[in-house]
Write a protein that binds this ligand. Structure first.
Ligand SMILES: [Mn+2]
Length: 320
């Protein structure tokens, strides 16, 4: 069984690198820190390799002493564990460790995962990669402490919209219950990652909401964020997590898209659906990926052209 193979590899090797995807979200950060702390308990040499800086709202996460920039790894890992990462490109500058590592373990829950590891544990039923990391930690025989529990809980809460999305299962609630029994403050973490915003983030949210237009008889909501809006509000891309939900939450909407102009003029597109639409299909057709109800891709500009091609693609899969 792949899970026990993975545990065996982790137990038998001492230099372990953990990496996740560029522009990390709560699952990427929480899963990485949880596994890092667990392996540290076993006396392993562990490093959590970071592509991008830590978004400030996740600065409360334990395990930051394990994290370094990809370029500054203090040792060459024998094993590289990639978490929550659908393909090698998502490793960003971490690809150098991917190429150098003896064994790559790929643990993920994305439908679009390319099975790029030597050992691949991809469970698309898991609400978060952290649910799989929880199983790994348990099988290694490590008792969950409060720090590990906070990391796992944050990761799961982030990927389930604090237990609101329909990826939330009995398993999800079971794990969350155990983590709460260890001392995790559920309401505090959900507030930190979902409701708490700086004034700048709040102003940006207002402008993003203001940009929403509906198409296809109200079934598609498009939100646009320009470079200029980012400059004027002083926000960076890490300030936009969750903004797209305000488009998805509009009554009657099946597919919501957030298009953001990057500094180099590309358009990053996030997609969400409510009931039946498989957004990962749309993302894949633009060389992106993700889950059925949450996915993304990047295309060239300008913004209006990106909106037009996206609307065409969406129209083909919407039920009218
Ligand atoms: Mn995830």
């Amino acid at each position: 069984m792949i899970l026990s193979d993975i545990v065996k590899h982790l137990m038998q090797n001492d230099n372990i690198g953990i990496i996740s995807h560029v522009t990390p979200d709560g699952d990427a950060l929480g899963s990485s820190a949880a596994l890092g702390l667990a392996l540290e308990r076993l006396g392993k040499r562990v490093v959590v390799l970071r592509n991008d800086r830590l978004p400030s709202k996740y600065s409360f996460l334990p395990g930051s002493h394990l994290a370094v920039d990809c370029e500054k790894a203090p040792f060459k890992p024998d094993i590289l564990v990639a978490l929550d990462c659908g393909d090698v490109e998502r490793l960003g500058s971490g690809v150098m460790h991917y190429e150098a590592a003896g064994t790559v373990i790929n643990i993920d829950h994305h439908l679009s995962n390319t099975m790029f590891g030597n050992l691949n544990l991809v469970d698309t039923n898991a609400a978060a990669t952290a649910e799989i990391v929880y199983q790994v930690i348990k099988l290694m025989g490590i008792a969950l402490d409060l720090d590990i529990a906070i990391c796992l809980f944050t990761a799961i809460a982030a990927d389930t919209g604090c237990f609101r999305y329909d990826n939330t299962s009995i398993v999800t609630h079971g794990i969350a219950g155990e983590l709460i029994s260890i001392g995790v403050k559920s309401s505090e973490i959900c507030r930190r990652i979902y409701s708490l915003r700086t004034l700048e983030q709040t102003k940006m949210l207002g402008r993003a909401i203001d940009s929403i237009k509906l198409y296809h008889g109200g079934k598609t909501a498009i939100m646009k964020i320009t470079k200029k809006m980012m400059q004027e509000t002083g926000c960076g891309q890490e300030d936009l997590e969750g903004v797209i939900e305000f488009a998805r939450d509009i009554e009657g909407v099946e597919i919501a898209a957030l298009l953001r102009e990057t500094d180099d003029g590309e358009i990053k597109v996030g997609l969400r659906s409510n009931e039946y639409a498989d957004t990962s299909e749309i993302a894949a057709s633009f060389n992106g990926g993700g889950h059925r109800k949450a996915s993304g891709y990047t295309v060239g500009g300008p913004m209006d052209a990106a909106v037009e091609t996206l609307l065409d693609r969406i129209e083909k899969i919407l039920r009218v």
